[in-house]
Ligand binder design. Structure first.
Ligand code: IPD
Length: 286
């Protein structure tokens, strides 16, 4: 039977708002954090409580759909082509712990492994981003994204405001790729760099994607995301006219279960900027 995507979208928004109340009512401290893979990979009791609330409500209403969440994911779990809710209860946990209000609940829905509905809600600023594939992207339900005129990328990569994230992986090849990529983007042209207008690390993958969809950020690049970080924001980005590609130079097709993502804002000449960007950072992947 055909799924009623609008109804699913509306329900996801009501759940996100409810989750938001739990998030803003909590008083996390660094002491309340559990320790995942290392001392910067944080999780709080609130992350777990919110995921429980979300998965319980979704399962009750849609018992036949699958669910994947950051806090209950186990290595080896696979996304399938089934209708699947993909949830990051608190995207920006580090910000949450530090009371820096760049925090969201990221709630996505995938069909045949295609991100199809996206809801990203920052309960501290009461900002809601949402989209259904094929039906546009919105901020607070009534403002169409992008908010600013699509870019012409007149000066290519060098005119861009670029969000990047260090993530929690601070060693090995991924760390080397990140460090090299960041310095290449920032360096002057004489030094072989991209001389971007600025590099920003705000600490929430989902909100970064919404920032690119909105048009405030030109590019967001990260190696090391998970499906729950990107599924919702991806729909919002694409519905705003933005584009998601794989951060691996030359790979145009990103996968929802991949790890490297490159988002670029709406505008003419996106592909040329992606190619210029890849040319700059290519060596970092060797
Ligand atoms: C993290 C944030 C961070 C990004 C990481 C994510 P979490 O999500 O989005 O900005 O760099 O890759 O895992 O752990 O706060 O849910």
């Amino acid at each position: 039977a055909d799924l009623n995507l609008q109804e699913i979208h509306d329900f996801m928004i009501s759940i996100a708002r409810k989750a938001g109340e739990t998030i803003t009512a909590a008083h996390p401290t660094a002491g309340a954090t559990g320790n995942k893979k290392n001392s910067v990979d944080l999780v709080t009791e609130t992350d777990q409580a919110v995921e429980k609330l979300v998965s319980t409500s979704l399962r009750e209403k849609y018992p036949d759909f699958a669910f994947m969440g950051e806090e209950t994911y186990k290595p080896g779990d696979r996304l399938t082509s089934a209708p699947t809710f993909i949830c990051d209860p608190i995207d920006g946990t580090t910000n949450f712990v530090h009371t820096y209000p760049y925090v969201s609940i990221s709630l996505g829905f995938s069909l045949n492994l295609v991100p199809t509905i996206g809801v990203v809600y920052n309960p501290f600023t009461s900002t809601l981003y949402s989209a259904i594939k094929g039906h546009g992207a919105y901020k607070n339900l009534d403002q169409t994204l992008p908010l600013s005129a699509p870019s012409k990328f007149e000066t290519g990569v060098s005119g861009c405001l670029v969000a990047v994230e260090w993530g929690s992986d601070r060693s090995g090849n991924d760390f080397a790729v990140k460090s090299k990529t960041f310095s290449r983007l920032a360096a002057t042209k004489e030094n072989g760099g991209g001389m971007v207008h600025g590099l920003r690390s705000f600490g929430s993958a989902a909100l970064n994607l919404c920032g690119v969809a909105e048009g405030g950020l030109d590019i967001y690049w990260e190696a090391g995301c998970w499906a729950w970080d990107v599924c919702a924001g991806w729909v919002i980005l694409e519905e705003a006219g933005g584009m998601m590609v794989d951060a691996n130079p030359g790979n145009w097709e990103p996968r929802v279960d991949g790890r490297r993502y490159f988002a670029i804002r709406p505008g003419e000449g996106q592909r040329e900027v992606v190619e210029e960007f890849w040319g700059l950072v290519e060596g970092a992947f060797e």
